[in-house]
Design a protein around this ligand. Structure first.
Ligand SMILES: [Zn+2]
Length: 731
């Protein structure tokens, strides 16, 4: 209930030992994996579900059949091919060669596009483990030019005739089984990324001998795969303050010209407690590295792999952006727990544990545009940041894209803001989401929408939640409360599987803020923020109010008594009353009728005249004050705090913040009075543009009304409906 893992929380565990080989001539990857599945659930399992993401490129994948499309007047070759992309995908997808149990006996399975149900020979009881082996191969897809856009595959460089391989979502992987969703076996169709269990990996990667490999985890055999000079540079890099090139630009340029490998090399990697494993390989790579130290003293090697095309941007920025990301994310969440963090230049943006793929190529003359530089740095921060969300704080991306993308884009913004105060961020500032919030409603879904069902994926899953969290931090909770709660969420769910409710609850639990209204508005609705200042009335106290008030009182006093009908009829009926039959019931008050029962403001013993202020007192306390009655309405639907900037006649300004609770009794409109000693010449709502208000034209009010007067008198208490301010009858 507090948003932390409950006392009976459990999660599954899967360990992998994989041997694979890249055949560069065939552009094919062949693999054999030994999987150990640990059933740590309280359930007995009769089958396991595996995900074969490469089958998104098979002809049967619904990815190629489920999108609507239409012919336009001009169509590119690519767009014509994309009409029915399955026509050119005959040779792609996972080919399962065998699945055997630990005794080497074949197992039965059912393949369902990207999902494979593996039937267990006997039910797997709680606490038991099951070992099995899968052999497979698949043809790598042209990641750039295929009609079926891919997360991984090869990119061919026409000028030098070499490939750059990104090997991702590549081996049959266990689906998540948990107490929130059971098996997460929703099909992979290219977008909603994945949900995975934690486990340990040992992976042996065989590639052409002149390739350089980067991968999740730590390499166990650099002495076997690096030259003596490279190994020495690797050792230098361990203590460096600047990135050290372990494979230099000169070596990479020579390798891409020679490209005559005689044999192969096997790189051996080990990664503990990760949800996935990815790698990259090419003879085009320059590779640099430098260490980053957490506050707790733990070292992570920050590294980059990039071809000469990206050298001008990457040699300067990539590894330093990686280190910067670890520093900032560690501050807002948990210290970076892994031994490496890698950025690979691959003209895309995609994340895996300890390794990610990013864009950043320069012009041919070695210059680069501001956009190329910022796209590189922003994407590196973003993808390295994904080490936290969802690699460590292991959410289910197949179901909730926003839960990792939104949280990650938000912290990305914080990291960019610490990189350069003028950094052109995509996310964060409330104004950046206004265009999306203002879209017609049929183009919007709540943030709490499944990954596959979102019209504008970027705006819905990245931009809106990132901006919403920034508004929460800067405007609603304040940094101290927000940062503590956000960090608490990360600490509670590191190396576990949170759901959105765990996040929502922890943010409230750790901060003491009731945010139900915020989650409802920003995450479950498609309303926007449009708070309108409809009008202003200006009041002054009427210092000559006594005669008029006295007339009112005299008029009331002159009215005849109005006995109520029951009393009149009871008397006419000749009823006998208890107070008449038993005189003991009578006391002073029985017959005392100070105002003869008249219905007026003066029904209490405390009188208007008894305690009113003297003329001097009134002048001192109220005489110079200005009372501004502001009329607000909620045109967008989202309730938000109301931020008011007052400009006074003397040119000074003041900002007041009205908490969101102002809307709790009427979410459509409210009226509120503000007392000001100075005269107001202007009012602006949301002056710093921090609430994503979609219509600023109703946020201003020049004070034009003539002042009107009202009366004031002192009275300790009054009943509802007898408010002397209302009785005064002025507005
Ligand atoms: Zn992302």
């Amino acid at each position: 209930m507090d948003g932390s893992p409950g006392p009976e929380y459990w999660q599954q565990r899967v360990d992998y030992e994989i041997e694979c080989a890249l055949d560069e001539n065939m552009r094919r990857l062949t693999g054999k994996e030994r999987i150990t599945y640990h059933n740590q659930s309280p359930s007995t399992l009769s089958y396991l579900w595996l995900q074969l993401d490469e089958n998104e490129h098979s002809t049967e994948s619904r990815k190629h059949h489920q999108e609507s499309n239409k012919i336009s007047a001009i169509m590119s070759e690519q767009s014509l091919r994309m009409l029915e992309p399955w026509r050119e995908l005959g040779k792609y997808g996972h080919q399962i060669l065998s699945i055997k149990n630990a005794n080497g006996e074949p197992m039965t399975y059912m393949l369902h596009e990207t999902m494979l149900r593996l039937d267990l020979p006997k039910p797997l009881k709680p606490g038991e483990q099951f070992e099995f082996e899968v052999e497979w191969y698949y043809n790598l897809i042209d990641r750039i030019h295929s009609a079926s856009w891919g997360r991984g595959g090869y990119e061919y460089f026409e000028k030098d005739g070499n490939d750059l391989y990104t090997i991702v979502q590549w081996y049959p992987r266990l689906c998540v089984y948990n107490d929130a969703t059971g098996w997460q076996n929703k099909q992979f169709v290219g977008r909603g990324e994945f949900a995975l269990q934690f486990g340990d990996f040992v992976v042996k990667i065989t590639v052409p001998e002149d390739h350089v490999v980067g991968a999740t985890g730590e390499c166990l055999n650099y002495p076997q795969v690096l030259s003596a000079a490279q190994l020495e540079r690797w050792q230098q890099a361990q203590k460096a303050n600047e990135p050290v090139e372990i494979v230099t630009l000169d070596e990479a340029t020579k390798a891409e010209k020679n490209k005559k490998p005689k044999g192969t090399k096997t790189w051996i990697y080990k990664a503990d407690n990760v949800r996935d494993f990815a790698w990259t390989s090419s003879r085009k790579f320059v590779w640099d590295a430098m260490p980053h130290y957490n506050a707790d003293g733990k070292k992570a090697m920050c590294m980059s792999y990039y071809a000469k095309e990206a050298y001008p941007i990457y040699s300067r920025y990539s590894t330093k952006a990686v280190a910067h990301t670890l520093k900032v994310y560690s501050n807002y969440s948990i210290p970076y727990p892994y031994p490496t963090a890698i950025s690979v230049e691959a003209a895309n943006g995609m994340e895996y544990p300890m390794i990610c793929f990013n864009p950043g190529r320069a012009e041919e003359d070695g210059t680069y545009t501001a956009k190329s530089k910022h796209d590189a740095i922003s994407t590196i921060i973003h993808e390295v940041g994904h080490n936290y969300f969802p690699m460590i704080i292991n959410s289910d991306e197949r179901q909730w894209a926003w839960f990792d993308e939104g949280l990650n884009s938000f912290v990305q913004f914080l990291a960019e803001a610490e990189w350069d105060p003028n950094y052109p961020s995509w996310f964060g500032p409330a104004e950046n989401v206004v265009w999306y919030m203002n879209q017609p409603k049929h183009l919007l879904e709540p943030v709490m929408t499944n990954s596959e069902n979102i019209v504008n994926y970027f705006a819905n899953a990245y931009l809106k939640p990132a901006c919403a969290l920034n508004i929460l931090r800067e405007t609603i909770m304040g940094r101290e409360k927000f940062d503590f709660a956000f960090k608490t969420f990360c600490e509670r769910w590191a190396f576990k599987h949170p759901t959105p409710a765990d996040f929502f609850r922890t943010m409230e639990d750790a901060s003491g803020e009731d945010l139900d209204w915020f989650w409802r508005g920003w995450f479950y609705s498609i309303d926007n923020v449009d708070i309108s200042l409809d009008s202003i009335a200006w009041f002054k106290v009427d210092m000559e109010n006594d005669p008029q008030a006295k007339e009112v009182v005299d008029t009331i006093r002159a009215q005849p008594p109005k006995d109520h009908i029951t009393k009149t009829r009871n008397l006419a009926y000749g009823m006998s009353f208890a107070v008449d039959e038993d005189p003991e019931l009578r006391d002073f008050y029985t017959d005392y009728k100070p105002w003869d029962g008249r219905d007026s403001v003066l029904t209490s013993k405390t009188t208007y005249y008894d305690e009113t202020f003297s003329a001097k007192e009134k002048k001192e306390k109220f005489g110079d004050n200005n009372y501004y009655q502001l009329y607000f309405s909620n045109k967008g639907g989202l309730v938000m705090p109301v931020i008011i900037e007052w400009t006074y006649a003397d040119g000074t300004q003041e900002v007041e913040r009205i908490p969101v609770e102002i809307w709790r009794k009427n979410e459509e409109k409210f009226t509120k009075v503000f007392m000001k000693e100075k005269e107001v010449t202007g009012v602006v709502i949301d002056p710093f543009h921090e609430t994503a208000d979609v219509d600023k034209s109703n946020n201003n009010w020049p004070v034009k009304e003539m002042p009107s007067k009202f009366q004031v008198f002192k009275k300790h208490k009054y009943d509802s409906g007898q408010n002397p301010m209302q009785r005064a009858g002025r507005s």
